[in-house]
Design a protein around this ligand. Structure first.
Ligand SMILES: Cc1cc2nc3c(=O)[nH]c(=O)nc-3n(C[C@H](O)[C@H](O)[C@H](O)COP(=O)(O)OP(=O)(O)OC[C@H]3O[C@@H](n4cnc5c(N)ncnc54)[C@H](O)[C@@H]3O)c2cc1C
Length: 458
């Protein structure tokens, strides 16, 4: 490919955590001739801090994982930056489970339901471990089993509103974590700091991109550049953006979410091979939505053991998990409720006023008819946003190890990174962090060995 002024060694598409850390890794290894193209007007991607009702809140990633034998790098950075974090204590949650028509479940009833859920969870994990250890190494997926299948085998399928919401709390909300995650610990720390979770991304970026008055100003980072086409051959890549610019490089690192890869936002020329398309299309993008509400005054229980509360409804996942921010943002009178997947999608498609109405009906059931109307509502729309198409990836049932390798596999000069490419911490910001380093390391190795871009056909 002919070289011109817009020719680089590596173009990184996306300036989320994985793209930023990939660029930093390349820079520090001596490959400084790089270009980062980011569709949004800011870096950080799914680390997104915003102002709501005069307070700083997180639309995206909120929790850091810690307390284990190893310290996560992100947690370490947060400590270095002295970001304010708050231990999320779910210990007393069984005291705060509300019935569909109002009133709390008696403590012994809720405790018994939590104990049954714990036993079910143990059974399902045991079954899943047994099946995976007996599965062949050929990538066959015959022995994979979903949580709900395992529950059917355990003959304890959650059916009552109470059982369903606790089940939801275990799986949909907490997200079943792979056991390997335990090296960072099982404790979660909620970031509530005026600089926000996204300051971790800015901190990493500021270590290699130049700044003016604390603002990143480096010609190698271009914001508001929506990549629409990537042409590739053994010679390199030609990247086109929606504003008509064309950039060339030896390699591209694509860090967009698997949800974006599933959409037609970026056209690959030639088309990605069929095996790659299958690997991308069959992976899953989950949706996790925190809906924030600001009230003129507080009407929910406050004090130790009240931070998290649960609403049980016959419709599984209907405004189920609640958190007040009295500890983090004292006096803010902000509550948020978490919904996921199908409910998130439904809510994203309706007007926020309608969502507010539904939420107020739920809150009136829990706290009575005399509660005030909210002064503000914020409904993040991760699924409809064409630059994200969801919140984080999930390994679907039946998706084999072999297919996962194909998801990460480079195509010629195009390398793929992002949280979805790191199985160990899949979905978490930690996954994006390690994925960025790993992918850049692969590219560096290739540059050093002057290797021909790979273009396997599987
Ligand atoms: C609501 C929510 C809650 C979460 N909670 C947690 C949590 O508590 N703890 C945790 O560890 N993780 C959490 N996560 C996950 C975590 O935020 C992600 O795993 C991580 O930030 C992903 O980083 P990434 O670099 O892989 O992708 P991204 O952040 O998506 O970066 C990709 C970048 O590519 C850009 N882009 C997309 N299309 C184009 C294009 N065509 N051209 C140019 N640029 C493009 C995007 O704008 C984006 O900036 C949460 C995520 C969400 C959304």
């Amino acid at each position: 490919m002919a070289s011109n002024s817009s020719s680089y060694t590596v173009i990184i598409i996306g300036a989320g955590l994985s793209g930023i850390i990939a660029a930093k890794t390349l820079h520090e290894a001596g490959t400084q001739d790089i270009l980062i193209l980011e569709a949004n007007g800011r870096i950080g991607g799914r680390l997104q801090t915003t102002q709501f009702a005069g307070h700083t809140i997180e639309m995206g990633a909120n929790w850091l994982v810690g307390g284990g034998p190893e310290c996560s790098h992100l947690y370490e950075i947060a400590n270095q930056l002295k970001l304010k974090t708050f231990f999320s204590d779910f210990q007393d949650i069984s005291s705060n489970v509300y019935m569909q028509e109002g009133g709390l479940y008696p403590q012994d009833v809720a405790d018994a339901a939590f104990e049954a859920a714990e036993a079910r969870d143990k059974f399902c994990n045991k079954l899943s471990n047994m099946l995976s250890s007996s599965s062949g190494k050929d990538g066959s997926d015959d022995n994979d089993i979903s949580i709900s299948d395992a529950q059917r085998l355990s003959e304890h399928v959650p059916t009552t509103p109470l059982e369903m919401v606790i089940d939801y709390f275990y799986y949909d909300y907490e997200d079943s974590q792979p056991p390997s995650f335990l090296d960072f610990g099982e404790e979660t720390f909620f970031v509530a700091d005026s600089r926000g979770f996204q300051s971790i991304g800015y901190y990493i970026a500021s270590q290699f991109l130049s700044q003016e008055d604390g603002v990143i100003k480096d010609s190698r980072l271009k914001l508001n550049k929506v990549v629409k086409e990537i042409q590739y051959s053994d010679e390199g890549v030609k990247v086109k953006t929606e504003d008509g610019s064309i950039y060339q490089a030896k390699y591209a690192i694509v860090s967009v979410s698997v949800g974006v890869l599933q959409s037609d936002l970026i056209e690959f020329k030639p088309d990605l091979p069929q095996w790659k398309r299958l690997a991308v299309d069959n992976f899953q993008m989950a949706v996790f939505t925190k809906i924030f509400l600001k009230f003129p005054y507080k009407f929910w229980p406050s004090g130790p053991g009240t931070e998290f509360f649960i609403y049980a409804h016959e419709r599984r996942g209907y405004y189920p998990i609640w958190q007040h921010l009295d500890n983090q943002l004292s006096g803010s009178n902000i509550l948020f409720v978490t919904v996921t997947d199908e409910e998130s999608k439904r809510i994203e498609q309706q007007k926020d006023e309608k969502t507010q109405e539904e939420i107020m009906q739920v809150l009136r059931k829990m706290f009575g008819n005399n509660i005030p109307e909210p002064e503000g509502i914020l409904v993040p729309k991760w699924w409809s946003n064409k630059f994200f198409k969801g919140s984080y990836s999930n390994w679907p049932k039946g998706y084999s190890e072999k297919r996962y390798e194909q998801l990460r596999e480079p195509i010629g000069p195009i390398y793929f990174t992002g949280e979805h490419t790191n199985a160990r911490y899949l979905g978490y910001a930690d996954a994006a962090y390690f994925a960025g380093i790993d992918t850049a390391t692969d590219v560096i190795k290739c540059l050093e060995e002057n290797c021909k871009p790979r273009s396997h056909m599987h």
